[in-house]
Write a protein that binds this ligand. Structure first.
Ligand code: COA
Ligand code: AMP
Length: 635
């Protein structure tokens, strides 16, 4: 099949508003928009201004009304608990209505924020949909974050309620969520008045009188009472959710997603990008705490009437490196979406792909990879073992869907290893030099997107228009700065090479090295520090911290290194995978005092590096090299 991509992209360029108005026909609206795009609203304009809609109606109710009630909507497949559960669209509607009733009856109203702190259970998606139904704004916090991180999100979005689970399950250990939630509320200035707690049999918890209610009994009562809660019409431009992502400092950025544009872009992407039809099974093996989980576990599959999988397990160890193939075969998955790191983990355990042969993968058409650069070796391995096209695609929490990809639904374009392929309709992607001029094909530069951003992309940061300007819009006027560096070739294929800021990418998770430095600097014996991401064969990058100690410190370097590792785990969480700290005498700096993190990273990764012209004292780099060598670090 020849690809329709170029024709479709050109169609968007010729008439962007007409393109999105047509895509919006797949969504039910209570009232139509006044303007498809109103450039005078918000920071850089808003999509579908004047329209009213409800995301839960589009993801659930309308499918039941149109005869999909008996189709499976959600499959919870949980190798860590040894259980599986399927919910049809009708059952999902019943569950969502009941939880909506619990929220409304406890005073949660349109516009209120609700934090969701849950592991990979079906109730996490139900909670998101229940908030959407009543017009409340959810903010899901990943379970691997520590109480301090949860507290900073509570303080930023000021929720009236929290929906949580008693525990999550990691291979070989139970993670108690409830004590972390209680500690976070203790630390936070804002005190939510309601916590709806899902008691899991693996580890029940105590409930606090007057604040906590038991999820199961409250929902059961709402069902017995036959409580009907209608979908609340909201403005297309109203927030559906806030998702916090790492910035260059320890204070996370609250990415805002609207209702209307988000539905339109996501529904379009399911057909055009992923080639998925209503009724098919789509599996995004991520976590609801990340943007991939929001877009492609919770919302997009349900918006088009497909079946989604909530997988509570890991690519390896639950119980083995064949789990992904078992899930694909058991549930007849048409497309899998995951991070390259998951495939590297599988390949490490089962390099010959022997376990693939134990399962029937004939229903699987495509593997999609995102979250970090897909290395050609991993792509080739997956292509060979699975015998399906392997599609890399690039996007960010901020966009909520693909910026550049290979749209298999429009007809697959030739794959070039190392490139996530081409810009999707909606995105005018350009490579700019530091002065903001476009560079020639093949030249490296800053990847920027000409404004306006397409539907689903963040209109702003939660309560922080100024920070939104500073972080994304000010450096290249008229453009959104992606903070990724890369290039475009003669055929318009994009290559995304690295971040231009201090964000590091650990196992497909985005973490702030600045945030980790803030934690290290709190240690009383640390005078100065720097955190860099160093190459790791499985996780892509892992953080490493360099510490300069205060003069006169008498404790051993080993003790201090252990303590700061513990401190990052306690403050940020295990997900930071911060396991390496090294005491050094001095940090390499420019003459103006800037720490040369990029050069340190190149040395750690054993890449070619040049002595920076502005370095203050070149000898310090030899000291860093020697310190790294004593630990055998880098790859
Ligand atoms: N709650 C609590 N703790 C969690 C957690 C959660 N939801 N998720 C992870 N953690 C903990 C882990 O137990 C681990 O703790 P440890 O340091 O005590 O071992 C730590 O956080 C790091 O976890 P993880 O990143 O999962 O690393 P891992 O070494 O256990 O597994 C992979 C490695 C590659 C298998 C795993 O990172 C993976 O599945 N990656 C896929 C990434 C992905 O889906 N990204 C989303 C973008 S599409
Ligand atoms: P997140 O917001 O957590 O989804 O992380 C987004 C960042 O991950 C991007 O800015 C990139 O740095 C990186 N990233 C995601 N997908 C890709 C990809 N396919 N290729 C290269 N980098 C990617």
């Amino acid at each position: 099949m020849t690809s329709r991509y170029h024709e479709v992209y050109q169609g968007w360029k010729n008439d962007p508003e007409g393109f999105w108005a047509k895509a919006a026909e797949n969504i039910d609206w209570y009232a139509p928009w006044d303007k498809v795009f109103d450039k005078d609203l918000g920071v850089y304009g808003r999509w579908f201004a004047g329209a009213t809609c409800n995301t839960c109606h589009n993801a659930v109710d309308r499918h039941v009304a149109s005869g999909r009630g008996d189709q499976t909507a959600i499959i919870h497949d949980s190798p860590v608990t040894g259980s599986q559960r399927k919910l049809t669209y009708s059952e999902l509607l019943e569950e969502v209505q009941a939880l909506s009733a619990v929220l409304v009856d406890n005073g949660v109203a349109k516009g209120d924020r609700v934090i969701v702190y849950m592991p990979m259970v079906a109730e996490a998606v139900i909670a998101m949909l229940a908030c959407a139904r009543i017009g409340a704004v959810h903010s899901v916090v990943f379970g691997g974050f520590a109480p301090q991180e949860l507290a900073s999100r509570i303080d930023d979005c000021q929720p009236v309620a929290v929906i949580a689970a008693s525990c999550g399950i990691e291979p070989g250990r139970i993670i108690s969520y409830k004590p972390m939630l209680d500690e976070a509320i203790e630390i936070a200035g804002c005190k939510p008045s309601l916590c709806v707690v899902l008691e899991r049999p693996e580890q029940p918890c105590d409930l606090i009188d007057g604040r906590d209610i038991d999820y199961a009994s409250a929902v059961a009562k709402a069902k017995t009472d036959n409580r009907i809660v209608a979908c609340v019409p909201v403005a297309a431009t109203d927030p559906l959710y806030i998702l916090y992502t790492s910035g260059t400092t320890g204070t996370p950025k609250g990415v805002v997603r609207d209702n209307g544009g988000h539905m339109v872009a996501l529904a379009w992407s399911m057909g055009a990008m992923y080639g998925i039809e209503p009724g098919e099974v789509f599996w995004a093996a991520s976590d609801v705490g990340w943007v991939v989980g929001h877009s492609y576990i919770a919302y997009a599959p349900l918006l088009i009437g497909a079946t989604t999988i909530v997988f509570e397990g890991k690519p390896v160890g639950t119980p083995d490196a064949g789990t992904f193939w078992r899930v694909i075969s058991d549930h007849k998955v048409a497309a899998l979406f995951t991070a390259p790191t998951a495939f590297r983990a599988i390949k490490k355990e089962d390099p010959g792909g022997e376990l693939v042969g134990n399962y029937d993968l004939s229903g699987m058409r495509t593997l999609f990879l995102a979250g970090e650069r897909a290395d050609p070796e991993t792509i080739r391995w997956a292509e060979e073992k699975l015998q399906v096209p392997v599609i890399d695609h690039w996007w960010q929490t901020e966009t909520g869907w693909t910026i550049a990809g290979n749209p298999v639904g429009l007809g697959q374009l030739p794959v070039k290893y190392g490139s996530p392929t081409v810009a999707m309709p909606g995105y005018d992607v350009q490579i700019l030099d530091d002065a903001g001029h476009q560079v020639a094909p093949g030249e490296l530069g800053n990847i920027a997107i000409k404004l306006p951003l397409p539907p689903s992309c963040l209109p702003t940061l939660w309560n922080a228009d100024q920070r939104f300007h500073e972080a994304y819009l000010d450096e290249f006027p008229g453009y959104y700065k992606t903070s990724d560096a890369g290039m475009c070739d003669e055929d318009g294929y994009l290559y995304v090479m690295s971040r231009t800021d201090d964000i590091i990418n650990v196992a497909g998770h985005r973490l702030s090295s600045g945030g980790m430095e803030e934690v290290l600097a709190e240690h009383p014996d640390v005078a100065e520090c720097a955190v860099i991401g160093i190459a790791d064969a499985m996780k892509g990058q892992i953080p490493a911290g360099f510490l300069v100690l205060n003069a006169g410190v008498e404790r051993t370097e080993e003790d201090i290194e252990k303590e700061v590792v513990g401190l990052v785990r306690q403050r940020i969480g295990p997900v930071a995978a911060f396991k390496t700290a090294l005491v050094v005498k001095r940090l390499p700096k420019t003459r103006s005092g800037k720490i040369l993190r990029a050069t340190m990273q190149k040395i750690a990764d054993k890449q070619d590096w040049k002595m920076p012209a502005t370095i203050d004292d070149p000898v310090i780099l030899d000291e860093i090299k020697a310190a790294l060598e004593t630990r055998g670090m880098g790859i």
